[in-house]
Design a protein around this ligand. Structure first.
Ligand code: FNR
Length: 341
């Protein structure tokens, strides 16, 4: 049952990427062009440091899968792509492993193929501390992601209907584990109020996981016979809106959700992200064109990001926050409505 759901998610997410990879709210963010801002390419570094974590590049393959034979093969290929490009890679939710330990290999392959890379374990907000520790141990995780996904569970036919325990359980997990803890949304976004709450629970990093790419409300509604939750398609705030909403919160933020290319990566970094993740787009490349194409795509993005930093005068990803940005359209109205300068 759970492994069938994992296979459904992959199939529906890839179909969604093939059909909906057009406009999103990152298009409402542009850099002011300063024609003499440029620096020399050898002076540009892509390294990023946040919450005691150091990555050579500010990009990561965000949580997707594991738990079935075919998703184990996907994790193997994601791990190979991460190893060849230096990006961090996250496992998908490891609940399948807690229910059926015989699928352990479909997750541990992330470490096996990528022994020296940065690997994140992924659990839900109801996992016991004991299970979380097993997840971390299985992939020898360098950090832990706890996903929060009420707008996915709600239209999911077999989804959770009880959410009240999540806050105290996140606090319990955060105080018990030794690796940095990241709480992440799955494509509906984290508001400023939510990030402040997450911070108060002792969590080190928030992954804003906003709207604009993979849409789990749509995916779960697509798994219902009658599709009666269509009103939830596109639920939540875009990743660009979340970044604006979360300026100067106390903990570092990561940006994911609807990141389509190197320009979106640069935009997210300029809006304050310490790192930028992508899932659905990378999965589509992997499924349609194979692991070499995914390696080429990630390498191209990193090369283009360095080129953009060179033109924009940003020696590091963090220096992109000094760039002048223009905010247009609905994103501008969002800022006005939320009282963001
Ligand atoms: C996901 N995502 C996800 N997130 C998570 O925390 N645990 C999980 O198990 C999964 N599973 C999953 C499966 C598939 C097939 C996809 C495409 C995605 C969500 C993912 O990490 C990310 O937050 C969203 O997909 C938004 O990013 P993109 O896809 O718009 O780049």
């Amino acid at each position: 049952m759970i492994s069938q759901r994992k296979d459904d998610h992959v199939r529906l997410a890839v179909e969604h990427q093939r059909q909906h990879s057009g406009h999103n709210q990152f298009d409402e963010v542009s850099f002011v062009h300063h024609a003499l801002a440029g620096i020399d390419r050898p002076d540009v570094s892509l390294a990023t440091t946040f919450a005691g974590i150091s990555w050579p590049v500010p990009l990561y393959i965000n949580a997707m899968t594991g738990g079935s034979v075919s998703t184990g093969i996907i994790n193997r290929d994601l791990a190979i792509a991460a190893r060849e490009t230096g990006v961090a890679v996250a496992s998908g939710s490891m609940s399948a492993y807690f229910k059926d330990p015989s699928c352990a290999d479909t997750f541990s392959v992330l470490r096996k193929e990528n022994p020296d890379g940065f690997v994140l374990a992924n659990v839900n907000a109801t996992a016991s501390v004991d299970k979380v520790q097993r997840a971390i141990d299985l992939v020898r995780a360098d950090a832990l992601q706890i996903h929060i996904n009420t707008a996915q569970e709600t239209p999911m036919p077999e989804g959770d209907r009880s959410f009240a325990s999540w806050v105290p359980q996140i606090e319990k997990i955060a105080s018990a584990v030794e690796v940095p803890v990241i709480v992440k949304e799955v494509g509906n976004g984290l508001s400023r109020e939510t990030v402040l709450l997450i911070e108060s629970l002792g969590v080190q990093v928030a992954d804003l996981g906003g709207r604009g790419g993979t849409d789990f409300a749509r995916i779960e509604n697509g798994r219902r016979e009658l599709g009666e939750y269509a009103f939830m398609h596109g639920w939540g705030q875009s990743t660009a809106a979340c970044l604006l909403d979360n300026q100067d919160v106390g903990i570092p933020v990561l940006a994911s959700g609807g990141v389509r290319n190197a320009l979106d990566v640069a935009r997210a970094l300029a809006l304050g992200a310490s790192g930028v993740g992508a899932s659905g787009g990378f999965l589509r490349t992997l499924k349609d064109e194979g692991v070499s194409a995914l390696i080429a795509q990630i390498s191209t993005w990193l090369d283009q990001l360095a080129a953009l930093q060179t033109m924009l005068g940003a020696r590091t990803p963090a220096e992109l926050t000094r760039c002048d940005l223009l905010i247009h359209g609905e994103l501008r109205s969002f800022c006005a409505d939320r009282g963001i300068d």
